[in-house]
Design a protein around this ligand. Sequence first.
Ligand SMILES: [Zn+2]
Length: 81
Amino acid sequence: MMKKLDKKDSPYKVDLTAIEGDGSFPCPKCGMMISPEDETEDNYTIEDTKVVNDELVELVISCGKCSSIIRLTGFQQVFDA
Ligand SMILES: [Zn+2]
């Protein structure tokens, strides 16, 4: 259960498996919609990524509006056996 957190302490965490649709979610702090599919990075900046076995398991972004650090998890839906 307990997972070791590396470096940055992020107050906000979003589990993408709990999100319907295209994966967009509102910033936990300011409410601006953020879409991980949007690669223009207008709405957010990628701070860190965590890849295990060539799969993206965690993405740390900062909100483009309020600069909150948000930790995204739940990319595992790729494993559809
Ligand atoms: Zn925000």
